[in-house]
Design a binder for this molecule. Structure first.
Ligand SMILES: C[C@H](CCC(=O)NCCS(=O)(=O)O)[C@H]1CC[C@H]2[C@@H]3[C@H](O)C[C@@H]4C[C@H](O)CC[C@]4(C)[C@H]3C[C@H](O)[C@]12C
Length: 324
């Protein structure tokens, strides 16, 4: 399971939790403008926008999980098993393989409006990166500083949904996720008056009773509801550190602790990393399951006109500051 989010504080932020039982040796990877991006069926890009994000680099190709380009456009791929339907390459469309979608879009679009135009002629194909890396069943959240969309290719075709809440998780399809928010319309961050029954006195014996009924389990719809509530009620922080901190707390509201989601063979799904990219400044912050310290990689400290990928291995060991 995974959760992606946007947030506006001092600047604009985009990030995700990656929840899984195994890692694919991911690293924070910068793709500079002149790194030749090769595509299987659409045209190659020898020059494009620079990109920073989390990727598995295989044979010098960045297989991005989530990323932001130098214009602040961001994108994350999340699991969509049983629903994602990639097609055979077809005539008269842009045939983009699922693993190519992030570089194809972030390489050339500045805004969600640009993305909508590009998506109108895209067919997401079932072409595999390699035998070892077959297509993963994904859907995507794509955001600029003003709006987000959810992109899902199912048996019915390619669907592009407005995402007014800037949150995405996994199954089921996005319209259903949005519909279920109706079930929580009484939930509030404020104290609520009792409406249980006339004439029965009920005590407000604790703070937080307005949010009673919010789900706390790890299923994708419950995470969608909880993360949406947390994000939409988050105050707008005034500086960078408190904004980044608030962003990680939004993701923290749906993080997965080892032990709570048993996937068999003694393995558990857990939050491998959480990311928060300041999309205005191209700074990619992350935390890992064992390292609660926030680490940052700034794309603008790299030579963005170079032609070589630059990857930073994740710092995964806990950093404890001994105060005495
Ligand atoms: C599994 C990951 C998503 C996490 C998630 O949503 N888990 C939910 C589990 S569940 O449904 O709720 O059960 C996805 C996100 C990005 C994916 C990776 C990226 O797409 C990059 C490459 C793409 C290759 O085709 C496959 C390997 C891969 C390296 C992918 C492996 C895996 O599918 C990743 C890591």
């Amino acid at each position: 399971m995974c959760t992606a989010a946007t947030y506006t504080g001092k600047d604009h932020y985009f990030g995700r939790n990656l929840d899984l039982e195994l890692s694919y040796n991911e690293s924070v990877t910068v793709t500079p403008r002149k790194f030749p991006l090769k595509f299987r069926q659409v045209h190659d890009m020898n020059e494009h926008f620079a990109i920073i994000g989390m990727a598995t680099v295989v044979d010098d190709y960045p297989l991005y999980y989530d990323a932001t380009n130098e214009k602040g456009l961001s994108m994350a791929g999340l699991n969509f098993p049983g629903n994602a339907d990639y097609k055979e390459p077809a005539e008269d469309v842009d045939n983009v393989a699922s693993f190519e979608l992030i570089p194809w879009i972030l390489g050339q679009c500045e805004t969600v409006a640009d993305v909508r135009k590009l998506l109108a002629k895209i067919n997401i194909t079932n072409v595999e990166f390699s035998e070892q890396f077959p297509p993963s069943p994904l859907h995507w959240m794509i955001s600029d500083k003003n709006e987000s969309i959810t992109v899902e290719q199912t048996k019915a075709g390619l669907n592009v949904y407005d995402n007014p809440v800037g949150i995405m998780t996994n199954n089921p399809e996005f319209p259903f996720q949005m519909f279920t928010l109706n079930n929580y319309r009484r939930v509030s961050p404020k104290p609520v008056a009792s409406t249980f029954a006339d004439g029965l006195e009920l005590d407000e014996y604790t703070r937080g009773m307005g949010s009673m009924g919010l789900p706390g389990d790890l299923s994708s719809n419950s995470r969608f509801v909880k993360a949406t509530f947390t994000k939409l009620n988050a105050p707008k922080m005034a500086d960078e550190n408190t904004s980044v901190s608030q962003f990680f707390h939004i993701l923290g509201s749906v993080e997965q602790q080892k032990g709570c989601c048993d996937v068999g063979n003694g393995k558990f799904e857990f939050t491998i990393y959480s990311s928060c990219c300041n999309v205005d400044r191209g700074i990619y912050y992350y935390r890992t399951y064992d390292n609660s310290q926030i680490t940052a990689v700034d794309m603008h400290k790299e030579d963005l006109d170079s032609a070589a990928l630059k990857s930073y291995k994740l710092i995964e060991e806990q950093q404890i500051f001994a105060q005495n």
